[in-house]
Design a protein around this ligand. Structure first.
Ligand code: SF4
Length: 349
């Protein structure tokens, strides 16, 4: 089914994308910081919840200290269900905010509050609210990569791991959807479900970089490779995929498929877990170079890269720094955002 599309471009202009080079640490310094953070987490009664895209040492530390490494859906669920009084979220701001919405009585900290997301930044709440009012006959479904205020305007919040089945159910009920902010994910869901979807036009600066022609050429060099693609990628890249899925679905597919080699179109932070789980298999990055390449991100999110061991240690060392790095959510807006988030978590349960 063809649906109207909101044509205003909400991609983030290049000048709003930071260039970020993580500090290079030698092995001794990494081990010292990991030991210090382990002790600080214990002393603060905090648990570390990490996304697959952050630094591999931070991912390992989360697992070694009783926290978790997961996609944004499972991060939210883990943080909500864990009995620690404080959560430290290594990821980007909307992940910290989601943890706070679901656990308003816990304190939630992040290694840095500068870790943004181009999808969140490309969906300003006032503009989005006006868009919703213009189309108030539609069910509002928003991706988790949005601010608290945008979530509070939604009927449903979804992550990439549950977006398809949820929109499928809404479509079967005859509901027309207003979708934001990722246009590529929206188009993918629209194509898979046939739902009537009006799309916001945001994009992820990492996934939008993948090039279909260069991927096609690479696949010709490695015909035996399985191609794993995140659905925030452009449609022409998705068309080449053997498996399209969220981070956790990509990791699962890499373990289950018989291929010994994979080309992976998502943030390169995921390679840490892919290689840990599949030591005998090989993984190569899908190309970001090719016709029209701008390579603002080169398959690694600059905001995810800000989650470094040194910032994590800084965040936990003093009460003052913890306060400066604490996520705050307006309680009333948080309560409104909790409803569509809880719908998603209950749908999955
Ligand atoms: S990788 Fe893309 S979707 Fe994920 S946080 Fe970075 S900009 Fe946002």
């Amino acid at each position: 089914m063809n649906s109207p599309t909101n044509l205003m471009d909400h991609s983030l202009p290049p000048e709003r994308v930071p260039v970020y080079e993580p500090e290079q640490l030698d092995d001794a310094r990494r081990q010292t910081l990991k030991a210090e953070i382990t002790e600080l987490l214990r002393a603060r009664g905090a648990v570390l919840v990490s996304h697959y895209y952050v630094d591999g040492d931070v991912q390992d530390l989360a697992e070694e200290t009783g926290g978790c490494v997961a996609d944004s859906l499972e991060m939210a669920r883990f943080g909500r269900d864990h009995d620690a009084s404080s959560l430290v979220v290594a990821g980007v701001r909307f992940m910290g905010e989601t943890a706070k919405i679901l656990s308003p009585h816990k304190r939630v900290f992040m290694p840095t509050l500068d870790a943004e997301c181009s999808l969140d930044l490309g969906c300003p709440p006032d503009e989005f609210e006006a868009f919703c009012k213009e189309h108030d006959d539609r069910t509002v479904g928003v991706y988790a990569n949005t601010s608290v205020r945008v979530k509070a305007l939604a009927d449903w919040v979804v992550t990439s791991s549950v977006a398809l089945p949820i929109i499928d159910v809404l479509d079967a009920r005859g509901e027309k959807i207003l979708w934001a902010p990722d246009k590529h994910l929206g188009r993918y869901i629209q194509a898979q479900t046939g739902a009537d979807m009006l799309l916001w036009s945001g994009a992820c600066i990492v996934h939008e970089e993948f090039k279909s022609k260069a991927l096609f050429d690479l696949k010709a060099v490695y015909p035996e490779a399985g191609v794993l693609v995140h659905p925030e990628s452009p449609a022409a890249v998705i068309d080449i995929a053997d498996v399209v899925g969220s981070t956790s679905q990509i990791i699962k597919a890499a373990g289950e498929l018989p291929n010994e080699l994979f080309i992976v179109a998502t943030d390169r932070g995921i390679f840490h877990k892919l290689r840990q789980r599949n030591p005998s298999k090989r993984f190569i990055e899908a190309p970001t170079a090719g016709d029209g390449a701008t390579c603002r991100s080169c398959a690694h999110c600059p905001w995810m890269a800000m989650n470094e061991l040194s910032r994590l240690a800084d965040c936990l060392r003093s009460d003052e720094q913890m306060t400066a790095n604490e996520i705050a959510v307006d309680p009333e807006i948080g309560r409104r955002a909790m409803t569509p988030l809880t719908r998603m978590l209950n749908f999955q349960a």
